[in-house]
Design a protein around this ligand. Structure first.
Ligand code: PHE
Ligand code: NA
Length: 454
């Protein structure tokens, strides 16, 4: 009996959903501070290099693989050999772990959308965030009481995800992407327009794009660039495999992948202009250097931005709303893809209906999320995020490349993609996957391990 597999309804829908997965929390804060810390404009060179040598080739590899097997990650790898199935499950496990805390951050963003109406983060956003909002104990081992507001926001975000994914690929995910992505684009235009028209913006943008060439030979920057590309393109989570397994047989996978891959980076760079325009304005108002306002990590979104919003002329609420809504939407479209990756693997491998699989993932994911809404939550989140990013992604990525290159046959994936695409991949693509990308990612891994041990 031919099993019926969900399918995308349109090419645009697939591209938007893919961009939705790629564009996430990482584009809005992670990219900006990575660029800034790693030498501003000088970072863009390694970043684009990483995009071309690893990002796009691997995106096409995962897409081409899913398009070839028409299955989610574990069963796709099982087609290569029973003993490779674990690679798929490993990426699904990572996807699940990331989902659990990624959704916690979306829940914060959602609550901050409401805070923006009254600038509820007060004149002291830092104190507000750590004390009032998180009631942060400072340690993963001191789990105080549950923060009920965040608890219910977390529940709400899981319910939103549930209702979209339970709707199916075309009627749920695709439909949501067609609403989310244009909305996100509008919000981002507001941010960038506002950011670039403030006094001091030019200084901020200069800090973002002026190259510091003394840093370009520092391999940390290269490692940072490859790490950012992996994260930003959602590689190594089985997502692109699952999403592409829902493509109709005669799709132009290559063109779709290239469009999605470039759009994601263009989005990051555009947002970077807005973010640094605002930071420049804040530095200007406070008479300090950009370096003093450009905090990294989560603080950039939930502390530095509220501080900047407080200082805005006109209607700061509107800007705050646009900023946190874009964070929420970008996050949601990524969490949908993470959950779908897990869900599609459950559907493909166990005798579960979509509804059952989504229910299972959402209930368990929500329960695992509860420790993150206690007063030790932020500390747990930092620890988990650290390990997932350092060891999870790049390791899966490199294993995936090796198995597909040297155990399986890249040509099968390549020919199958080329057959239905206008755009073609050739020996350049193969060389990137077999040689160039593994070298850089390998160096990154060694580097990470060394800095972890020392
Ligand atoms: N690509 C997302 C971002 O930039 C992060 C992400 C990773 C989302 C993996 C889904 C899966 O934020
Ligand atoms: Na991204």
């Amino acid at each position: 009996m031919e099993e019926q597999r969900d399918q995308w309804g349109s090419r645009l829908g697939f591209i938007l959903a893919t961009i939705g997965s790629a564009v996430g929390l990482g584009n809005i804060w992670r990219f900006s501070y990575q660029a800034y810390e790693n030498g501003g404009g000088a970072f863009l060179f390694p970043y684009i290099f990483a995009l071309l040598t690893a990002g796009i080739p691997l995106l096409l590899l995962e897409m081409g693989f899913g398009f070839f097997t028409r299955n989610s990650a574990p069963s796709s790898f099982r087609k290569i050999g029973k003993k490779y199935e674990w690679i798929g499950w490993w990426s699904i496990l990572i996807a699940f772990v990331v989902t659990v805390y990624y959704i916690v951050i979306i829940a914060w963003s959602l609550l901050f959308v409401f805070q923006s109406f009254s600038l509820g983060w007060t004149a002291d956003p830092e104190g507000f965030f750590f004390n009032d909002f998180l009631n942060f104990s400072g340690s993963a081992f001191q789990l105080g009481g549950i923060q009920w507001k965040i608890f219910f926001a977390l529940l709400a975000v899981w319910l939103i995800n549930y209702s979209i994914i339970a709707g199916g690929v075309e009627k749920g995910i695709e439909k949501a992407s067609k609403i989310f992505m244009p909305l996100l684009a509008i919000m981002v235009l507001i941010i960038v327009f506002r950011g670039l028209t403030l006094p001091g913006a030019v200084e901020g943008v200069k800090a973002f794009i002026t190259p510091d060439f003394s840093k370009i030979l520092d391999w940390q920057i290269w490692v940072g660039a490859y790490g950012q590309i992996f994260y930003t393109l959602s590689l190594g989570f089985g997502i692109m495999i699952a999403y592409s397994s829902y493509l109709p047989k005669k799709s132009d996978v290559i063109k779709n992948g290239v469009i999605a891959g470039f759009s994601n980076s263009v989005f990051s760079i555009i947002v970077g202009f807005g973010v640094f325009g605002i930071l420049g304005y804040m530095a200007n108002q406070q008479g300090v250097a950009i370096a003093d306002v450009a905090t990294s990590g989560i603080g950039l979104a939930f502390i530095a931005f509220p501080k900047a919003i407080n200082l805005l002329p006109g209607i700061p609420q509107l800007f705050g709303f646009a900023f946190f809504l874009s964070l929420t939407i970008a996050g949601l479209s990524s969490s949908i893809s993470l959950i779908e990756s897990v869900v599609s693997s459950l559907i493909d491998n166990f005798n579960l209906s979509r509804k059952q699989a989504v229910t299972l993932v959402c209930v368990v994911g929500f329960l695992f999320g509860v420790p993150f809404v206690t007063s030790g939550g932020l500390a747990i989140l930092d620890i988990v995020d650290h390990f997932v990013n350092i060891f999870g992604l790049l390791v899966v990525g490199i294993v995936e490349m090796f198995v597909l290159s040297y155990v399986f046959d890249l040509n099968k994936i390549k020919d199958n993609m080329n057959k239905s695409s206008d755009l073609q991949v050739g020996s350049g693509w193969t060389a990137m996957i077999k040689i160039v990308a593994p070298i850089f990612i390998g160096i990154g891994l060694i580097q990470n391990t060394i800095s972890e041990v020392s």
